[in-house]
Design a protein around this ligand. Structure first.
Ligand code: NIG
Ligand code: FE
Length: 415
């Protein structure tokens, strides 16, 4: 063994290589006085302390909690500029969709992203990823969707690929050309959809720059019918469907996601009983984004109803400059307990294994089990409840990615 984590006070992890639904979402493995052994970047042993295990190096966890690395399965990681100028409008009560309709919102970030040099976007993304890693995130998803033409969507996806190569966090790429209608096509919705299907999608697929295709299925953005068309065209080119669905209005996005066998549907604040039922039937994972509800001052998705209906629930940040200018997975986890009323065990599964399943990585990460990537967080905590209860501080003590300690908390009593 190359590395041995010993003196683990509590090892808490979901198990398996598929999303956990229903009652199973809360059935995690808890081992007191545990050890984890690592070989070749992978987990070789995870179980009770065993003094016969030997390794080149050991880390004494001093009784701390250890969990899998966090999986942030929904981010808009790469963008130009920020949108703090919209903050006063938001505080004055102007809605998210009204800001978008007036040419702000996503379209303002599109302008900044188009204007940005590829290298500048890489540098900015690196800073965000470093912060995410320090908060315990070892795998994330990243969407395009601020280019809205072939040239700039490809640029964003190339930035995502570069970022994946140059820093420790694994990044799973998603094409989201259907994020809004760009100003060039403001009066020609059908023209943009045709361009997206005939030009953008084939270019993205040919260059192998994305694994998933996502869409903003919402009032005044893409209808369920348009979404179905685009996602089916993407699926034909090998891009697996995902959908931003029923975030603001209940327009049947969850049902549409089930119909196209999407791997996941995201947001779902307004998902109907029928929508939740059809997701359960088709095995669509619900990626819920509580920090978005928090920032937009919207209701919280019905996570408990989803779990009761047999839908696997993942939680994620939705990090983006408009609706969630926060990349803090720990905060999303706090909210998942406080607002969705998930138990800490259910929320841990949501932030690890179910997140991994939502981006088709559950065979590789999301749990601490022999054979999986050694992606691990050692927490400044003795038990699982503590990290969900203490909001607002970064409680990660050490982050290990592919068996390598990559981030260590400084000796700082206030951080
Ligand atoms: O998931 N809802 C659509 N897309 C993002 C927001 C993107 C933005 O406002 O820039 C979201 O919330
Ligand atoms: Fe989003």
């Amino acid at each position: 063994m190359e590395l041995l984590l010993k003196n683990i006070g509590l090892l808490a992890t979901p198990t398996g290589s598929a999303a956990k639904k229903g009652i199973e979402q809360g059935e995690i493995t808890l081992i007191e006085n545990a050890m984890v052994g690592i070989k070749g970047g992978k987990i070789a042993y995870a179980g009770p302390a065993d003094e016969s295990l030997k390794a080149d190096e050991t880390i004494d966890c001093e009784g701390r909690l250890v969990t899998p690395g966090l999986v942030d399965s929904h981010t808009h990681l790469v963008f130009g500029g920020w949108r703090q100028k919209e903050f006063p409008l938001k505080l004055a009560g102007v809605s998210y969709l009204d800001i978008l309709k007036a040419g702000g919102g996503i379209l303002s970030t599109v302008e900044h992203t188009r204007a940005a040099k590829e290298e500048a976007l890489v540098e900015k993304g690196k800073i965000h990823l470093k912060e995410m890693l320090g908060l315990g995130v070892t795998t994330c998803e990243a969407k395009s969707g601020y280019g809205l033409n072939t040239e700039h969507e490809l640029k964003q996806l190339r930035v995502i690929k570069r970022l994946d190569e140059i820093q420790p966090v694994d990044i799973v790429p998603t094409f989201m050309g259907a994020h809004a209608f760009p100003k060039e096509f403001a009066d020609d919705r059908e023209g943009y959809i045709k361009y997206l299907i005939d030009n953008m999608l084939p270019a993205v697929a040919e260059q192998g720059l994305a694994e998933f295709c996502d869409i903003f299925c919402e009032t005044a953005v893409f209808t369920p019918e348009e979404s179905r068309r685009i996602l089916l065209a993407a699926a034909e080119l090998g891009l697996k469907p995902k959908a931003h669905a029923d975030e603001i209005d209940p327009i049947g996005g969850a049902e549409m996601a089930a119909e196209v066998s999407a791997i996941s549907a995201e947001h779902l604040i307004q998902a109907s009983d029928r929508g939740i039922g059809s997701m359960a039937k088709s095995g669509v994972i619900a990626v819920l984004l509580p920090a978005t509800s928090f920032y937009l001052d919207k209701p919280y998705a019905r996570a408990r109803d989803m779990i009761n209906a047999g839908v696997a629930v993942a939680i994620s940040t939705d990090f983006n400059p408009g609706s969630t200018p926060s990349l803090n997975m720990q905060f999303a986890m706090n909210l998942a307990c406080l607002k969705y009323k998930l138990t800490p065990a259910e929320a841990l599964t949501a932030a690890t294994l179910n997140g991994a399943a939502a981006i088709d990585r559950a065979a590789k990460c999301g749990s601490i089990e022999a054979g999986k990537q050694a992606d691990i967080v050692i927490w400044e905590a003795e038990d699982l409840e503590y990290i969900f209860y203490r909001y607002g501080s970064n409680l990660a003590h050490m982050v290990i990615k592919d068996g390598v300690p990559v981030m260590q908390r400084k000796e700082c009593p206030t951080c």
